[in-house]
Design a protein around this ligand. Structure first.
Ligand code: PLP
Length: 425
């Protein structure tokens, strides 16, 4: 079921007032829902000592949301300098930050290792000599290649750009150890929006087996394994929710087996983004035009710059029209923005009740990889973000972009030079 009913029941009655106060379009998130999901996650894995979620910052990089994650005891998974800066601004420090970059630059390393440092999760064996100074703790991202199949968002591991190949793993850890690493972790991220518990359990099993193998070859212990993000959420009404208890119980069994033959239990880390915030956000837009040609088009006041997933992945986002849910007179429409691209559609041939100008449409499950994926093509500006607080207040947590933001990069000191080898007239 899309969007939690708990959020829906509290949000829908107050939407007209929120619209009157802030205007559309906006993403609005639910503090209480995020907190409850976080507590459920911590609770499910509480039997594994040192369990920690590193919230994947790219899913919802807003400091007001990230402070909620800090309250829950979470760390942050970052893959860019900006994400590290944000995480440190909300108080994340040292090993509370996981730096999972790929195609890493010298500047990335400098930021990751400076200012209190972070947990380095290296994406390739050739990066080892490029690390300015080998930290005490090092993790590698493992790409199992043909040993596993992926899923549609991340793709087949053989074709994925991420991670260290199986045949390079032993060399990678041996080399890091030679260079001074003393504590070790093992990471992978194979699937995205995966609703099948068994797939994620298989990922944990693969990491533990790989850790056993590396231990037997090199004699190093693993302080943690990190199963990545990728837990799915039900975007479609017929989708089942992800079975978190199944995952936690089965992983605990695997950890106990590991402890029995290895005489220790590693920590378990994960870096969920979507699972933490996806169902706790919606994009609220207003119908401003209706057009009947070969199909019926409902034009709304936001475009794909506010939510790329439908255009980028063909992703389904459930839509309700405020005050018109549950009616039986639905007709198929395309819900579109104003960008000059024909894939600028929030829904295609979606049965929706008759929509009048001024109706509010609630595009659901935009709490992860929603606003964050926005862009400025065609001069489209990103909308504001609001937060429904647990105490019932509604707070602006990011203003809408303005035309000044759009023009800001055109203000600079003039620079011009003549290359020496250029032909002079
Ligand atoms: C994007 C990403 C995540 C989060 O993925 P979700 O599908 O949102 O859980 C976690 N880890 C890494 C390395 C990522 O790139």
């Amino acid at each position: 079921m899309p969007m939690s009913p708990f959020y829906r029941d509290r949000l829908f009655p107050i939407l007209p007032e929120i619209e009157a106060q802030f205007g559309t379009p906006f993403h609005i998130y639910d503090e209480e829902g995020i907190r409850q999901t976080g507590l459920r996650l911590n609770d499910a894995f509480s039997r594994i000592d040192g369990f920690r979620e590193y919230f994947a910052v790219k899913a919802l990089p807003n400091p007001h949301i990230m402070k909620i994650m800090r309250d829950l005891g979470f760390g942050f998974d970052c893959s860019s300098i900006a994400e590290l800066v944000l995480s440190r601004q909300v108080g994340g420090l040292g090993e509370e930050l996981m730096f999972t970059s790929n195609n890493t630059s010298a500047a990335d390393f400098e930021e990751a290792l400076g200012k209190g440092g972070s947990l380095l999760n290296l994406d390739d064996i050739t990066l080892i000599p490029k690390v300015p100074q080998m930290p005490e703790v090092i993790c590698f991202r493992y790409n199992p290649g043909p040993r596993r199949s992926g899923n549609s968002i991340i793709g087949n591991p053989v074709e994925a750009k991420y991670g260290v190949a199986h045949h390079q793993l032993l060399d990678a850890y041996a080399c890091a150890k030679t260079k001074g690493a003393r504590r070790f972790g093992l990471h992978t991220m194979l699937a995205s929006n995966e609703l099948n518990c068994a797939y994620m359990v298989q990922t944990a099993r693969m990491l533990l087996d790989t850790a056993r193998w590396i231990t037997s070859e090199l004699g190093i212990r693993f302080e943690f394994i990190n199963i990545g993000g990728g837990l799915g959420i039900p975007y479609r009404p017929e989708d089942p929710p992800f079975d978190l208890d199944c995952l936690a119980n089965e992983i605990y069994v695997l950890f106990e087996q590991f402890a029995a033959d290895q005489q220790y239990m590693p920590r378990l880390y994960m870096e969920s983004g979507r699972f933490m915030t996806g169902p706790h956000g919606v994009l609220v837009v207003k119908a401003i035009n209706r057009k009947d040609i070969y199909r019926t088009y409902i034009g709304v006041d936001a475009s794909m710059s506010a939510l790329m997933r439908p255009a980028m992945y063909g992703a389904y986002h459930h839509i309700e029209v405020l005050g018109k849910s549950g009616r039986s007179d639905a007709i198929p429409v395309d819900v579109v923005g104003s960008l000059c691209e024909n894939n600028d559609k929030f829904a295609i041939q979606r049965p929706l009740p008759p929509i009048d100008e001024g109706d509010l449409l609630i595009i659901q499950d935009t709490g992860a990889h929603g606003h964050a994926m926005g862009f400025n093509y065609n001069g489209k500006l990103r909308p504001k973000e609001l937060l429904l607080r647990s105490d019932g207040r509604v707070e602006l947590i990011r203003r809408a972009e303005t035309i000044h933001d759009y023009l800001a990069t055109l203000q600079f000191e003039p620079q011009r030079f003549t290359p020496k080898s250029s032909c002079k007239k």
